[in-house]
Design a protein around this ligand. Structure first.
Ligand SMILES: *Cc1c(COP(=O)(O)O)cnc(C)c1O
Length: 628
């Protein structure tokens, strides 16, 4: 670099410093002025540093941070064997072909950016459709920094630093769930995380059955097939001790690699009978469970639906009935699935009651795997966490007593799915699978000759996926460390969105007799229909669908973005009937169309924006309803 050039850069830098300073002063004055007419606490103001802001309010420092991130990356590369010299020369760069390619790329980038301007503006507080919203700044920075290094977390050989961040991010999520000493990994999303639980529950059951096979074939001890399938580790270890069973003997009977047909033959031979295991899941389950049942060879018919109670949650009495039915027909239960934050309504199953039932069964040596699908709702736990690891809150002003009780029971489950790409405001794709007992996590593993797994933080031998980016882990790590999975960080942001849902709900209830809101909503999802009492359900459905068309991506530029859902009479009879009766509608249709609003945007109820989104939405809806 020439001397004069250096001087110019220095000069530019000092101009930049002055501009930054002036900008900060102006912002401070603005903040002071605007703070006089709102009661935003200092805590809430600090939370505003975690998002870019709907109008790119934090653009200035975000831009600087990005420039800094990239210059650090350039410098780092320069420091790796600088003696190798440059591979791209000035002459190369000035050549016509080089210049043409550069120009072409620049044009393509421009056209790509143009096309992305048609993307749904999910960052806007007006987007209240699906479970996606603004991404947090720490998550964005973490993601970008990781992309630049492109670590593949399959092994420490391809990700020296990335696997450490995954380990630490998992530790943060384990603290959040209360799985002390547990284990887990990041997945591309909730679907794969749910599959991870299915494969482990099967391997656990097969391990217990292998014990029964050894007992029968070597020691002439005949166990009952159903009981053997659920024997539990205490009894398993007791058998090892009593009969001095070696691991090599057990391995002979493990069927992890076998086809289902082979397994059926062998188990029928040993036990005299065989029943395919079933999965019990509530009717509000995510569709990934059907995929899992089909594609992992369990069979969709073995996915036993658990009925919903009148509030649309897993009906504990029906669960008990299904367990009894399985037990009386010697049908092993592979796992019970419950949902924490249903995809449609954001509601939380009675996890505490499920746990109480399972505890009673455990006394009779009947151990059933309980997986909590908290892809959406896992982060609600942050409302009950203090920054001090060992103390949890019993209550949250944003959640009902029974929801808190359900959340408090999470540490008792065997495994859980949490999607940071939902309520942790992390970019796609970032899901997570956690297991309370690390032995149950590591129950099966792959031996891949060309990959080295000696680094203990390598997880590639245990994951369904092969190559895995570290970006989701790092993004989650940086948000956990900066925002915090506790009541002051995420809890405060999410609490705000629950509060927004309540405010909007109250405003809609006051607006018109033509709006019927789904009762007993618990979190930040609001569902309602457009209907008047006494009306036929079919009329309500047609008005609701028309409203969806007006407030959805079907319109080129809607004032707000909603999503929709459906409650089917044949799928959730009790829930359906209860709703139609509560809303006083005539049952001339077999399903209810609902408008579904996921209020995830932390600025939806911002006092500073010129637009009051709640009032605007209410007045837009009012006009629309009048036009129906
Ligand atoms: C979103 C969701 C899933 C699936 O997660 P993906 O990340 O879309 O694969 C599973 N279960 C529940 C309850 C969900 O909300």
């Amino acid at each position: 670099m020439s001397r004069s050039f250096k001087y110019v850069t220095l000069k530019l830098k000092s101009v930049e410093v002055v501009i930054i300073y002036l900008y900060q002063v102006v912002t401070m004055i603005q903040d002071t002025l605007s703070n006089t007419d709102n009661d935003c606490s200092p805590k809430e103001s600090s939370l505003k540093s975690f998002f870019l802001g709907p109008q790119s309010e934090n653009a200035y420092w975000v831009q600087n941070t990005l420039v800094n991130i990239f210059s650090r990356w350039f410098d780092w590369r320069n420091r790796i064997h600088p003696e190798d010299g440059r591979a791209i020369s000035d002459i190369d760069q000035q050549s016509q072909q080089f210049q043409q390619c550069k120009l072409k790329m620049t044009e393509l980038i421009t056209s790509l950016m143009d096309r992305f301007e048609l993307e749904i503006p999910k960052f806007s507080p007006r987007y209240i459709g699906h479970m996606t919203s603004e991404i947090s700044l720490p998550a964005l920075f973490g993601h970008i920094i990781t992309l630049l290094h492109n670590p593949n977390n399959v092994t420490g050989e391809s990700s020296a630093v990335g696997i450490e961040f995954e380990h630490e991010a998992i530790e943060e999520l384990l603290k959040l769930t209360g799985y002390k000493g547990g284990y887990g990994h990041f997945t591309s999303g909730g679907t794969i995380a749910n599959f991870e639980s299915l494969t482990r529950a099967r391997s656990r059951m097969q391990t217990w059955l292998a014990m029964a096979c050894v007992l029968k074939s070597k020691h002439g001890v005949q166990l009952d097939f159903f009981k053997a399938s659920h024997m539990g580790w205490a009894q398993y270890h007791q058998y090892i001790k009593i009969y001095k069973i070696k691991h090599s003997e057990l391995n002979e009977w493990l069927l992890f690699d076998a086809s289902p047909v082979h397994a059926i033959k062998l188990y029928t031979h040993i036990f005299g009978e065989y029943k395919e295991p079933v999965i019990l899941a509530p009717k509000t389950k995510h569709y990934s469970w059907e995929k899992g049942a089909k594609y992992f060879g369990f069979g969709k018919e073995n996915l036993w639906p658990v009925e919903l109670d009148q509030n649309g949650k897993l009906d504990i009495h029906d669960l008990e009935k299904k367990i009894k039915l399985a037990s009386s027909t010697n049908t092993p239960i592979l796992m019970i699935v419950s949902v924490c934050g249903t995809t449609e309504f954001g509601s939380i199953d009675p996890l505490d009651e499920i746990h109480q039932k399972l505890k009673i069964l455990q006394r009779d040596n009947l151990h059933i795997w309980h997986h909590i699908d908290a892809a959406y709702g896992g982060l609600f736990l942050s409302l009950l966490k203090t920054p001090d690891e060992d103390t949890n809150l019993e209550h949250s002003k944003f959640l009902s007593e029974h929801t808190c009780a359900a959340l408090r029971a999470i540490p008792e489950s065997q495994s859980i799915t949490i999607d940071p790409h939902k309520l942790a405001y992390v970019p796609y794709s970032s899901g997570c699978f956690l297991v309370r007992d690390p032995h149950e996590y590591q129950i099966h593993s792959e031996n891949i000759p060309y990959l080295d797994f000696t680094e203990e933080k390598s997880r590639g031998q245990y994951t369904l996926e092969g190559s895995r980016s570290a970006a989701g882990s790092v993004a989650t790590w940086l948000t956990a460390k900066s925002i915090g999975f506790n009541c002051y960080g995420y809890g405060s942001i999410i609490g705000r969105t629950i509060e927004s849902r309540l405010l909007l709900q109250t405003a809609l209830e006051d607006l018109s007799k033509s709006i019927k809101i789904l009762p007993d909503l618990e979190t930040n999802i609001l569902c309602f229909i457009i209907a008047r009492s006494g009306e036929p359900l079919s009329h309500a459905n047609s008005k609701t669908l028309k409203t969806y068309e007006k407030f959805s991506t079907l319109q080129s530029n809607p004032t707000f973005y909603f999503s929709k859902s459906i409650i089917d009479k044949n799928i959730s009879t009790l829930f359906f009937n209860n709703l139609v009766d509560t809303w006083d509608l005539k049952k001339d249709d077999d399903h209810i169309h609902l408008l579904r609003l996921c209020i995830m945007n932390p600025f939806f109820n911002s006092k500073e924006s010129k637009t009051d989104y709640i009032s605007l939405l209410v007045s837009d809806l009012k006009k629309h309803i009048q036009s129906l």
